[in-house]
Write a protein of this length. Structure first.
Ligand SMILES: Cc1ncc(C[n+]2csc(CCOP(=O)(O)OP(=O)(O)O)c2C)c(N)n1
Ligand code: SF4
Lengths: 287, 384
């Protein structure tokens, strides 16, 4: 059992990143103990420390608790339909390659209903960042199972335990050729923000799977009712291994089975933009 | 799109003999379409094929997406970035685009969707004609919104109405549908490209004032000025019901104002949006109301009826939505009977019945086939 220390710091109502947050929209909709606030914090940290001017950053989200991310970041932000933020981001990035387009949305959104767009955007190597918040469940709609729900886990629609195998997302993204593939939890704040910053630098599709506590949804069905239960679980079960064999990084959420984290893939490959320029050359538009 | 049309590699003013689908693609280029996303489907393929060759020649973007959902959403992403964007499809793909049409209406992102109608339902007869998407074009996405749909009946009209579709979408910040059909898409016909100076091109009005004052969904006007991603205004757009700032809202007032505006910007402009042509209407006792390919055989039928001494006339609708109520109502005031000819089991007949008082009878032809003039002539004869 790991002791969790609570640091007593001066609590301030202001944050140095206030300019990047739409404070007028607070309080946000997220539950106590939810990991999404941390994701927001890491994202604005990454924007602030990126070399890209803030007005060039764009966020696109789909629908879900995670999908609300776009609404809280004070940059150009688009909250579109369920499962479709990647397709929206692709259209935007292709016509405006100077924009740094980041998709932040849920697992249900991006790889269940939107799975087709996910795989094809990676295959094309469109230069966008996709930060997928994996809370193992459909939070917003009342905790139904999805394509990331661990085998046997309970949810409002798997009262007998989920009878489906979940995605191993880093393996999927890497197999499709993504130049950057990482996984962190919301406990690993610094590494997550750093990975986001890296993702923004990467030329091509950058994917981060963010393992995030959902005490009110996933937790309440699976004996992790408090945010702290997740944090403890992460502390006890996470292993950082940047060189991990991605065939072996599927997540079971069973105590004792590790959650493997790291910046697994960092490589270069011509992006859709590069390849499209080749088309422009052949068509006579570019010399 | 600051460049002059003359400087671009566009179809030059002149007379051509061209396929409808290709005329549509060339019109889109002239209108300033900079992003095309689509998924293969008969009978719309020639549009995508032509765009895949022509767009890169102009430094514009063509992409073949993984499905029609992605296509319809990708054009909205491009539109949000400030460029004119389009897709083209047919029935099955059109069905997949419905949710995105609602998103376009809600975010007020201009875009053009060409539906080259084929026989349905379901896979139907992919290579044969249909006019079964009339109601879907209007009511296909859930909730309350309005849009514009144009229906060409010739190569020339397909060209003209595609440019018009871009203009209207930019003017009102709405999705605009070009409801073509297989015959009009595949027919070869005469196309006259006018002098560029005679072609009207509309670009969406942009906001350029101070950031603090910008209300992206202001209800002061029916169509608020637009800002694109990257313009520095930190815009927020959401498909959730939103207030004038664009922020989600549950307030009754915000909901009422938003939805009223989405609907009224089309309704209040309806008279300017109606396009139609009248044939032999001065003294017509029986009027055929029709559109698309069916207007071609109907006109021949009306002429033959006249030769037989029947006072027949025809009203060809080029705008289907918003429904051209006034011309149809007036036709109904003078005619003894109205016939609505369409390749479906009766769709356009419903709004016609809503506005006229005289008897209205449908001339419905089996889906998949364009009605020969004799079939419509029989309908005219039977009505007198
Ligand atoms: C087409 C469509 N189907 C279903 C829904 C309902 N819906 C809203 S959010 C959601 C699930 C979101 O799950 P996830 O993406 O995992 O996000 P989370 O809420 O867990 O963060 C669903 C199914 C919808 N909005 N649109
Ligand atoms: S349901 Fe879960 S993911 Fe959604 S806000 Fe609550 S804790 Fe977060």
């Amino acid at each position: 059992m790991v002791e969790v220390q609570v640091l007593r710091e001066v609590v301030s109502s202001e944050s140095p990143r206030d300019d990047l947050i739409r404070r007028e929209r607070f309080p946000h909709i997220w539950c106590p103990g939810c990991g999404l606030g941390t994701v927001l914090k890491c994202y604005v940290e990454a924007i602030a420390s990126s070399d890209i001017p803030r007005d060039k950053h764009v966020i696109v989200s789909g629908i879900g608790c995670s999908g609300r991310m776009a609404g809280y970041v004070n940059i150009d932000s688009y909250h579109v339909t369920h499962g479709r933020p990647i397709a929206f981001a692709e259209g935007m990035k292709i016509v405006r390659p100077d924009l740094e387009v980041t998709v932040i949305s849920g697992d249900g959104d991006l790889v269940t209903i939107g799975g087709n767009h996910f795989i094809h955007a990676i295959r094309r190597n469109v230069d966008i960042n996709v930060f997928l918040v994996n809370n193992f469940i459909y939070g917003m709609t009342g905790n139904q199972y999805g394509s990331t729900t661990p085998l046997g886990a309970r949810s409002s629609t798997s009262p007998y335990g989920c009878p489906e195998y979940p995605f191993n997302l880093p393996l999927l993204a890497a197999a499709l050729g993504a130049p950057f593939v990482a996984r962190w939890t919301t406990l690993h704040v610094r590494q997550l923000a750093e990975a986001m910053k890296k993702a923004m630098k990467v030329k091509g599709f950058a994917f981060i799977e963010i393992i995030s506590p959902c005490p009110v949804g996933f937790g309440s069905y699976n004996e992790m009712r408090e945010g702290m239960d997740f944090i403890k679980f992460f502390l006890e079960n996470c292993i950082v291994d940047h060189n991990a064999d991605l065939n072996k990084v599927a997540i079971s959420m069973r105590p004792g089975d590790p959650i493997i984290l790291g910046n697994f893939v960092e490589r270069e490959a011509p992006t859709y933009h590069d390849l499209e320029r080749e088309v422009f050359r052949k068509a006579g538009w570019l010399k | 799109m600051d460049q002059k049309l003359e400087e671009l590699k566009l179809l030059k003013p002149g007379t051509y003999f061209m396929m409808g689908n290709i005329a549509c693609a060339e019109a889109a280029l002239i209108a300033g379409c900079e992003f095309y996303a689509g998924y293969p489907i008969t009978p719309s393929n020639e549009i995508a094929e032509h765009m895949s060759r022509r767009m890169p020649e102009l430094g514009r973007h063509f992409i073949q997406m993984e499905d029609e959902i992605a296509s319809a959403v990708a054009i909205l992403g491009a539109s949000a970035a400030g460029v004119k964007a389009m897709t083209a499809t047919s029935g099955p793909g059109f069905s997949l685009m419905m949710e995105s049409i609602g998103l376009a209406a809600m975010l007020e992102l201009p875009c053009v969707i060409v539906d080259v109608q084929r026989a349905g339902p379901s896979t139907g007869i992919p290579t044969f004609v249909g006019q079964g998407d009339v109601m879907q074009a209007r009511w296909g996405s859930h909730g309350d919104y309005e849009l514009v749909a144009y229906a060409p009946s010739s190569v020339q009209e397909f060209f003209d109405l595609t440019i018009e579709a871009f203009n209207t979408s930019e003017l009102l910040r709405i999705p605009v549908i070009v409801l073509a059909d297989e015959v009009v898409g595949h027919m070869y016909g005469k196309l006259v490209v006018p002098e560029y100076s005679k072609i009207n091109i509309v670009n969406r009005k942009k906001y350029t004032g101070p950031r603090e004052k910008y209300l992206p969904y202001s209800c002061e006007t029916l169509v608020p000025p637009f800002v694109a991603a990257g313009d520095g205004y930190r815009i927020h757009m959401t498909g959730l019901t939103h207030d004038e700032r664009g922020y989600p809202s549950l307030e009754i007032d915000d909901s009422r104002k938003l939805i009223e505006r989405l609907v009224m910007k089309v309704r209040k402009n309806a008279k300017n949006l109606w396009k139609y042509e009248s044939y032999f209407m001065d003294d017509a006792d029986v009027v055929v109301i029709t559109f698309g390919v069916t207007a071609r055989s109907s006109l021949e039928a009306v002429k033959r009826a006249r030769a037989e001494g029947i006072k027949a006339g025809m009203l060809k609708l080029l705008t289907i939505w918003p429904f051209p109520e006034d011309p149809v109502r007036i036709a109904g005031e003078y005619a003894k009977r109205i016939l609505v000819a369409e390749i479906n089991m009766g769709q356009l007949i419903h709004p016609v019945k809503e506005v006229v008082r005289c008897p209205v009878v449908g001339i419905n032809y089996p889906v998949g086939y364009a009605p020969p003039p004799e079939y419509i002539l029989d309908g005219i004869r039977a009505s007198v």
